[in-house]
Design a protein around this ligand. Structure first.
Ligand code: ZN
Length: 246
């Protein structure tokens, strides 16, 4: 390498390192949380991960309480491990994962716990290219063959995204995944009054991201900023009354 090129490369490396530093303080706003996730993903993509908050000292420090700065509602795909792709550690991310990031009551309850009890300022729906759950739902619709066991619940959750894609003339699987990510963001806000109110109050933001398996990059495909007022859904019905013996 000629000296000029070497010094140019050196400058680039320094710039990347400055841009991707780990913030010492836990983010408290959606913007700070998003910036921290972006910086961590950039460290991961460029091959300079810092693996923050993974040491014994930090493990002991967070044993008494957690303050995760982002909820990740991600696909359960084995290549989508949130702490790895965002280069974070213990206590940083509150991760809920299902195949195809389908959102049922348990997922919504987990998200609501994080944003209210833990005060987490950002919720991320994380999908990815070549998603097997979206592909499986597409095959079920195309062939008319009902899925076995509980797979039907996954397919049912993806089918409305396929219908939207069809209405828009979208056929590419990865473009359909983007639609499914955006629709998952909408579905969470439409079904969770707690989350919608938290967003309207400016306390929380919701972002949809798509991850590329090969490159390791995330990109934003949908965003609902803190302070946006949405139609607040009705609260879910409570549990049935418990029978009292005697
Ligand atoms: Zn997937």
């Amino acid at each position: 390498m000629v000296p000029e090129a070497a010094s140019a490369a050196g400058r680039v490396d320094q710039a990347v390192l400055r841009e991707t530093e780990v913030t010492a303080l836990t983010p408290t706003t959606p913007e700070q949380a998003l910036a921290e996730l972006s910086a961590g993903n950039r460290r991961f993509v460029t091959g300079v991960p810092r693996h923050p908050n993974q040491d014994a000292e930090h493990r002991a420090a967070v044993a008494d309480g957690q303050h995760p700065f982002a909820v990740i509602v991600g696909c359960a795909d084995s290549r989508l491990a949130a702490e790895i792709i965002f280069d974070r550690g213990l206590g940083d991310l509150f991760v809920v994962r299902t195949a195809g990031h389908t959102v049922g009551p348990e997922v919504l309850g987990s998200v609501e716990y994080a944003v209210t009890v833990l005060g987490t300022p950002l919720v991320v729906v994380l999908g990815h290219d070549s998603c097997g759950a979206v592909q499986a739902a597409r095959e079920v619709v195309a062939t008319g063959t009902p899925p076995a066991g509980h797979l039907g619940a996954l397919v049912d959750a993806v089918v409305p995204s396929l219908a939207r894609a069809a209405r828009q003339g979208v056929e590419d699987l990865d473009d359909i995944v983007d639609i499914h990510i955006a629709r998952t963001v909408e579905a969470m806000l439409a079904r969770s009054a707690v989350l919608a109110e938290r967003v309207a109050a400016g306390r929380c933001g919701v972002v949809g991201m798509s991850y590329r398996l090969s490159a390791g990059e995330v990109r934003t495909v949908a965003e609902v900023k803190a302070g946006v007022t949405l139609p607040v859904p009705a609260a879910p019905a409570g549990p049935p009354p418990t029978a009292v013996a005697g």
